[in-house]
Write a protein that binds this ligand. Structure first.
Ligand code: NDP
Length: 276
């Protein structure tokens, strides 16, 4: 459920994976405006849906209709995945909120490195950056530096990381081209810069990147962004946003069905849908 959701690739990925696992399940993409969320939640419960994903503008508002939250979702104050937990004694089911955005990213990062004890620089402090930063903190990152244009959002995320996720964190205002600090292990573009524009540059000083660093992008369309191309030229290992998207779908699928889908089937479906 979200608005706008036209063109969202998740349904295509999920249905390919249901078929591959021999599950007679359906995943629907539902355009729900903000003011209809209460009705939509009542409908979802009345129709006994097994679960749902939520995207903008519902990730925070949906919480009031739920019966519980995972640790990470409670910390972030945002939910993108809901699961129906049936009562063993035939009572009413509980609807529990989870956030798979950051978990999908961390799964993807683990293909290159373990985030434990790493120095992380996060560009951005919006919903995606928040989810990823909290999961990196829970995964044992040594320090997280938040670089954001709006000081209010940047400081708020930094405080959340320090106070609730108990990780060392600092905020750096983003003015001009950011010089990436020496010793950075993982640099993440968590902003919306580069979405649908392969030549849009994330404003950093690319000369400060080096081959010791991993550069990761949340942008999945196009997957090979300006940021990643420049980082690769400086010898960085890179991670595109497709892995994060596939992995969060893998995690949601498992939460709902208790079956492990084949990530390769989902990645292939995603690439087919995005015509890559
Ligand atoms: P939000 O609107 O919540 O946050 C956007 C962030 O980008 C803010 O930090 C904002 O800074 C920053 N930003 C935007 N434009 C600029 C700019 N010109 N200069 C500096 N900073 C800028 O969006 P989300 O966090 O929800 O989504 C961000 C991106 O992540 C989207 O493109 C989305 O498609 C992608 N995404 C990818 C996923 C995946 O699975 N690969 C999953 C979820 C999201 P400020 O606070 O100053 O406005």
């Amino acid at each position: 459920m979200g608005q706008p959701v036209a063109g969202n690739p998740t349904q295509y990925m999920m249905e390919k994976a249901f078929a591959d696992c021999g599950l007679d399940w359906r995943y629907l993409t539902l355009e729900i405006p903000a003011e209809k969320l209460a009705d939509a939640m009542a409908g979802m419960k009345a129709m006994n849906f097994h679960g749902a994903n939520f995207t903008m503008p519902h990730k925070v508002e949906v919480i009031q209709y739920l019966d519980g939250l995972s640790e990470a979702a409670a910390m972030m104050g945002a939910v993108n995945c809901v699961n129906r937990v049936d009562s063993p004694d035939g009572g009413p089911p509980r609807y529990v909120g989870e956030n798979t955005d950051g978990k999908g990213f961390v799964e993807s990062l683990r293909e290159l490195t373990d985030p434990a004890e790493k120095q992380i620089v996060m560009l951005g402090a919006g919903g995606a950056a928040r989810a990823i930063a909290v999961e990196l903190a829970l995964a044992g990152a040594a320090e997280i530096t938040i670089v954001n244009r709006s000081a209010e959002r940047g400081q708020e995320l930094t405080d959340l990381l320090t106070d609730k996720a108990k990780v060392s964190a600092k905020y750096i205002p983003w003015t001009g081209d950011y010089d990436v600090e020496e010793g950075t292990d993982v640099l993440i573009n968590g902003t919306s810069i580069g979405l649908f524009d392969e030549d849009e540059a994330v404003p950093i000083n690319y000369e400060t990147l080096n081959q010791e660093m991993i550069a990761a992008d949340v942008i999945f369309s196009p997957p090979d962004t300006y940021f990643l191309r420049e980082a690769r030229q400086r010898g960085c290992q890179t991670l595109d946003g497709l892995g994060m998207l596939v992995n969060q779908a893998v995690i949601g699928f498992k939460i709902w069905t208790d079956v492990d889908p084949d990530p390769a089937v989902m990645r292939e479906a995603l690439e087919e849908y995005l015509e890559l």
